[in-house]
Design a protein around this ligand. Structure first.
Ligand code: DON
Length: 331
């Protein structure tokens, strides 16, 4: 962290921005009381409902962290963005878009109903369970371990270490997987899976159980904000076309059936998970006045108390406040 460095765009110091963000985290923490920690996967119930933290990483070393920043949690549905990226890198974008659509469902993430509604029965998008399970089946490899290696390697390249899989959450996820099994078998019957059903489901459960921190997610957000390039080395980690597609999906489908509201009120690509994490991407923006993080940034919040749609109650409010204060909307 560059202590006290001046913000190159605004003249505001990092310390000054830090104070603001600290105040906002303190203010929005009370909203954790309005939500509930996910309980349909027993291991997730152990999370502390009061936690709220944020990490923001900018293009040139600017970093703001506040609240409960060191909590490790499982990535859950945020992994769907990464598995889709890896599958696109392995199979090519047109192959993937032939198998999975890019339309929001307006339904819950684990809905089965929407699969039956269209004549093609093609999963609506890679960020709902039906689409994500299809994507897991398309990752290269014969076993779940083999399928996950490239995803873990991509993460290692971005965050600097290989993240662990939380075995307790994985077991819990697997044991409470009736709905995902139903979706998986439906996809098998309709011919959308490229791999064995059990290997596919195991891959999906394991990818959801990858353990991260908000710093890890903010760093992934930064790479996406920079269209797939590492701003420090200028090296391409994710092809530009794939990074842009991932952001479009995050914007339209990333926040479950609250994606429209998030786009309207926050206005940046984001993806949430049931453990309470949200990754958000602020691309570079052009404004007439200097504002924080004009060159773009990756952001991540953690707040395990969820609203009725499955999004972090306090996390959503905090992101909305920051987006308003810093004029982050891409629209
Ligand atoms: O499929 C599940 O139940 C979880 N492991 C992932 C859930 C999640 O984060 C919701 N996603 N959109």
């Amino acid at each position: 962290m560059v202590q006290g460095a001046a913000n190159w765009n605004t003249g505001m110091t990092q310390e000054w921005l830090q104070e603001y963000v600290d105040d906002w985290v303190s203010f929005y923490r009370k909203h954790t009381a309005e939500g509930e920690v996910a309980s349909y996967i027993p291991a997730l119930k152990e999370a502390n409902q009061d936690h709220l933290g944020i990490s923001i990483i900018g293009m040139h070393g600017m970093k703001i962290r506040s609240g409960d920043v060191d909590v490790r949690f499982t990535i859950q549905s945020i992994s769907k963005v990464l598995s889709f990226i890896v599958a696109c890198m392995q199979r090519g974008v047109s192959y993937m878009l032939d198998k999975v659509d890019v339309e929001p469902t307006g339904e819950a993430f684990n809905s089965i109903m929407h699969l039956e509604m269209k004549p093609l029965k093609k999963p609506f998008n890679p960020l709902v369970n039906a689409g994500a399970i299809t994507v897991s089946s398309m990752l290269d490899g014969e076993t779940s371990e083999e399928k996950l290696q490239p995803l873990l390697s991509l993460l290692e390249e971005i965050i600097g270490h290989r993240p662990p899989i939380n075995l307790e959450v994985y077991e819990s996820e697997r044991e409470s997987s009736m709905r995902n099994r139903a979706i998986g078998y439906y996809l098998l019957e309709t011919g959308f899976l490229d791999s064995d059903i059990e290997v596919t489901l195991d891959t999906y459960f394991k990818q959801c159980s990858i353990e991260v921190t908000i710093d890890d997610l903010a760093r992934i957000g930064l790479i996406l904000a920079n269209d797939g390039k590492d701003p420090d080395s200028d090296q391409e980690i994710i092809p530009r076309q794939v990074a842009r597609l991932a952001k479009a999906l995050m914007l339209t489908c990333g926040m479950y059936d609250a994606s429209g509201k998030f786009a309207a009120y926050v206005g940046i690509p984001a993806k949430s998970g049931v453990s309470g994490g949200i990754i958000a991407v602020s691309p570079p923006r052009v404004r007439n006045e200097p504002l924080p993080f004009m060159d773009g940034c990756g952001m991540a919040v953690y707040g395990p108390a969820l609203d009725s749609k499955g999004n972090s109650t306090a996390g959503i409010r905090l992101l909305r406040h920051i987006a308003t204060q810093w004029d982050l909307s891409i629209f």
